[in-house]
Ligand binder design. Sequence first.
Ligand SMILES: Cc1cc2nc3c(=O)[nH]c(=O)nc-3n(C[C@H](O)[C@H](O)[C@H](O)COP(=O)(O)O)c2cc1C
Ligand code: SF4
Length: 688
Amino acid sequence: MDPGRGEFLVAATDPLLQPYRLRHLTLRNRLMTTAHEPAYPEEGMPKARYRAYHLERAKGGLALTMTAGSAAVSRDSPPAFNNILLYKDEVVGWMKDLADACHEHGTAVMIQITHLGRRTRWDRGFWLPVVSASHRKEAAHRAYPKKIEEWDIRRIVTDYADAAERMQAAGLDGIELEAYGHLMDQFWSPLTNDLDGPYGGTLDNRLRFALEVLSAVRRRVGPELIIGVRFSADELLPGGLTPADGLEIARRLKATGMVDFLNVIRGHIDTDAGLTDVIPIQGMPSAPHLDFAGEVRAKIGLPTFHAARIQDVATARHAIAAGKLDMVGMTRAHMTDPHIVRKIREGREQDIRPCVGANYCLDRIYQGGAAYCIHNAATGRELFMPHEIAPAPRRRKIVIVGAGPGGLEAARVAAERGHEVLVFEAAAEAGGQVRLTARSSRRREMMGIVDWRMSQCAARGVTFRFETYADAEDVIAEAPEVVIVATGGLPQVEALESGNDLVVSSWDIISGSTAPRSEVLLFDDAGDHVGLQAAEILAAAGARLEIMTPERSLAPEVMNMNLVPYLRSLQKLDVTFTVTYRLARVTREGGRLLATLGSDYDSVRAERRIDQVVVNCGTVPSEELYFALKPLSVNLGEVAHDQLFAGLPQTVRSNPRGTFQLFRIGDAVSCRNTHAAIYDALRLVKDL
Ligand SMILES: Cc1cc2nc3c(=O)[nH]c(=O)nc-3n(C[C@H](O)[C@H](O)[C@H](O)COP(=O)(O)O)c2cc1C
Ligand code: SF4
């Protein structure tokens, strides 16, 4: 069967690839990305980087991209995570460029618009007080709002209409009003509406603001522009909106005749934990709210969209085939692989890079300033990092030492460039620290990072030599043209003033090489996942555990949503959390250990008597091989940064006697994380 005919058959029979008619708009298939602000705007505008990000998904065959996420209609809705500012006229030109570029590739473009209400902070932008339908603070952003007055309401209703008009002028196909956790549903929910009079009390009153917004927007943009509402039809909170309330709200929205689609959410987002149930992280069930969204669709009969951890094509296909949804959101899945639709069409589903639910993307919009995917380093860097690797001008022999995430990414990219690739790995299997991570059942999905690369490497003939602790001689014997050292690191266990021989590392606990004792002090100086993973294992084994950090907060490298599952399990296991203390030394005392503590803040001293001390102090690079090879290399290990960032091949030749180029990536250089190792590999090897 020729590929053209194969593609035709897939397109004709796959429920996901059937077009969908939304009023006058034909969406070319059933896959969309729902609103997700990746925090890429510059001065509040969606400029070249933003456009390139959406364009990549359009080229990949996506039917509909809901741009932005929480784009702000008013000045007193300051950007909580670098959102687009819709109250500025200059946004029209930028959004037009984006929409035109996506339309050219057949993708419809809409935008989510909102007023964040209390879900932001007053100390951004114009330093205006945040407004809501009560004075109640939102836990996640910690702002105490001003109780909204009628002149605020009039102003904000007009702001919505102005923003919608701007987006229509930019040529967008539609808009979506955000009504979960934002101002609109802060009016709706009895938990956040303390108003009397026309906007508080009865459901009619609580809906008044939303209906005024809808009317003002419709009046301004006319009948053509598509308008939808993304709302929580069940807040899952005592005293909050129930499913019956949600359905009633949906009925009333439909009855206005002004709403063209619903985008169904279940849950609440006012806390990190609530947000994590709405946007589930790895280890949580797949598609937890799909059936609920299907019920809303069945009962209301409006076109229905939904996204929440539908990360694989089979589940998405089921959502359409079973009539649960009209459009399926695969949002994070497209951050991991923007070419999902194209790969389905080409019968290459096995090549889709899987979203492993790490939520590194989401956590970074608050803590890192921009969303990056843990294992696709090209996402958000489309202007200078490729999602598809170009062939090299000449096939070279590349030896890679280490099959952790960095080494495997180097092998994948090198093989895609057409090089001959040999990988040495000391362990019996690939994965490095990711394999250690995946020992915790909740984080098993991380193996997708390894498994996908292994299958891509297998398809391109990469040779692996496992259980081979390669030394310089082994490497030289292969007569390589390029050597990449990706040997990773080993736990740092020399971090104390004294007593280093009396402690074990977090890796010892996770790997199972050391059994937990009864009373344990875990000193977490790295503040990363490894520390908390070890803590979960210790506490689950029955240890009385104290987690101690010299920082002012727990595990800062883990970030907001990733902390949620750890805290849920550790709180149940009655673990003690101690901040701002640093483990200084450990000595023996009878059959037990005495831990002496200090602090970075003052000269305080404290003590703990325990059975076991576990330290989590990052890794030290495994760099012996690199230094053994360095004098034999042409570049003495040097990376020319100018060339690296200009996307040019590396040409340093500082050692005329050298016979190969030598590079080092990932934790073999310094202790960082999975994304850093993969990015190190991609940006270097794409030009080798
Ligand atoms: C980086 C990021 C930012 C997001 N920002 C928004 C937002 O501003 N508004 C919104 O309604 N949803 C937002 N979301 C949620 C997504 O629309 C979607 O509901 C969520 O990612 C679950 O779908 P998925 O499992 O297909 O990724 C965001 C998601 C991500 C990953
Ligand atoms: S960081 Fe994790 S959750 Fe986010 S897109 Fe990448 S794999 Fe998916």
